[in-house]
Design a protein around this ligand. Structure first.
Ligand SMILES: NC(=O)c1ccc[n+]([C@@H]2O[C@H](COP(=O)([O-])OP(=O)(O)OC[C@H]3O[C@@H](n4cnc5c(N)ncnc54)[C@H](O)[C@@H]3O)[C@@H](O)[C@H]2O)c1
Length: 249
C-alpha cells in the first residue's frame, strides 16, 4: 500500500479509533497530524508511539466543530508538516440515547455539529491543497447504525446518515479533481469509552455477529489505510462496512 505525498489529518485522534487510525496510517508511511480537542497528554502519547515506531507525526489542538479552529488547524498543519492530502473525519463527542419522541432539538444539534458541520468545515479547508496536489483522500468514519437504526439513537443515526449523504455528493463533485471521498462504517468496536460496559453485554453483542466477536480498532484502521492509499484511487463514493457481517442483507 503506497501513501500519498503530503499529510494525513485525523480528527479526534487522541484515543479510540482515531488513535489507532493515526498509528496505522503512520506505519503505512503517512506523515500524520494528530488532532485533539483537550487531551494534549494523550495526543502527545500517540505521537510518541508513532515516532518510536519510526514514523512522523505531530499533535494539533482544535475543536473541529468550530470554523475558526478548523481554519487555524489546517493552516498550522500545513505550515508545520506540509499540505493535507488525506483527511480522516473521525471525532465524536458523547452519544447519549433518548427515545425519538422525547428528543429536543438541543439533543440533535451536537450530533449534527460533529457529523455534518465539522466535515463541511474540514472539507472546504482541505480541498484547496488536495486540488493543488492533484490527489486527495477524504475518509469519513461513519457507523453501521445507519443500516441498523438501533432504538434510542435517532439523533446519532440521523446525523450519521446525513454524513453519508455528504460523502456521496462529495465523491461525485470532487472525483474529477483526483479526490476520492469514501466511508468506513464500523460496527461496535469497544474502545476506552466502553471500559465500563459489562462483559455480558459484549458477549451478547458478539453472539449476534456472524464472525462471532467484536471488532478491533486496528481492523477499522486497516480499512481507512486502504481507502487513503494511492492504490485506492478508483474507489470513490464507497461504503466499506467493518462489522463482521452484522448487516448482511
Ligand atoms: N467505537 C465504536 O464502536 C464505533 C462504532 C461505529 C462508529 N464509530 C465512530 O468512530 C468515530 C470515533 O469513535 P470512538 O469510538 O473512537 O470515540 P472516542 O470517544 O473514543 O474518540 C473520539 C475522539 O474525538 C475527540 N473529540 C471530541 N470532541 C472533539 C472536538 N470537538 N474536536 C476534536 N476532537 C474531538 C475526543 O477527545 C476523542 O479523542 C466516531 O465518528 C464514531 O461515531 C465508533
Amino acid at each position: 500500500m503506497t501513501a500519498l505525498d503530503g499529510v494525513a489529518l485525523v480528527t479526534g485522534a487522541s484515543r479510540g479509533l482515531g488513535a489507532a487510525i493515526a498509528e496505522v496510517l503512520a506505519a503505512a508511511g503517512h506523515v500524520v497530524a494528530v488532532n485533539y480537542a483537550s487531551s494534549a497528554d494523550r495526543a502527545e502519547a500517540v505521537v510518541a508511539r508513532i515516532t518510536a515506531a519510526g514514523g512522523r507525526a505531530a499533535a494539533f489542538r482544535a475543536d473541529v466543530t468550530s470554523e475558526p479552529d478548523v481554519q487555524r488547524l489546517v493552516a498550522e498543519v500545513e505550515a508545520r508538516l506540509g499540505p493535507v492530502t488525506v483527511l480522516v473525519v473521525n471525532a465524536t463527542g458523547a452519544q447519549p440515547t433518548t427515545p425519538v419522541h422525547e428528543l429536543g432539538w438541543d439533543d440533535v444539534t451536537p450530533m449534527l455539529d460533529y457529523f455534518v458541520r465539522s466535515p463541511v468545515l474540514l472539507t472546504s479547508a482541505v480541498v484547496p491543497s488536495m486540488t493543488a496536489a492533484g490527489a486527495g483522500r477524504i475518509v469519513h468514519v461513519g457507523s453501521d447504525v445507519v443500516d441498523r437504526a438501533p432504538e434510542g439513537n435517532a439523533a446519532y443515526v440521523a446525523a450519521k446518515s446525513a454524513q453519508l449523504g455528504l460523502a456521496r455528493v462529495g465523491a461525485r463533485e470532487l472525483g474529477p479533481r483526483g479526490i476520492t471521498v469514501n466511508t468506513v462504517q464500523p460496527g461496535w468496536v469497544p474502545v476506552e469509552r466502553h471500559a465500563d460496559v459489562p462483559q455480558a453485554d459484549l458477549d451478547r453483542h458478539a453472539a449476534t455477529v456472524p464472525v462471532g466477536r467484536t471488532g478491533t480498532p486496528a481492523e477499522v484502521a486497516a480499512s481507512v489505510v486502504h481507502l487513503a492509499s494511492v492504490e485506492a484511487a478508483y474507489v470513490n463514493g464507497a461504503v466499506l462496512t467493518v462489522n463482521g457481517g452484522s448487516t448482511v442483507a
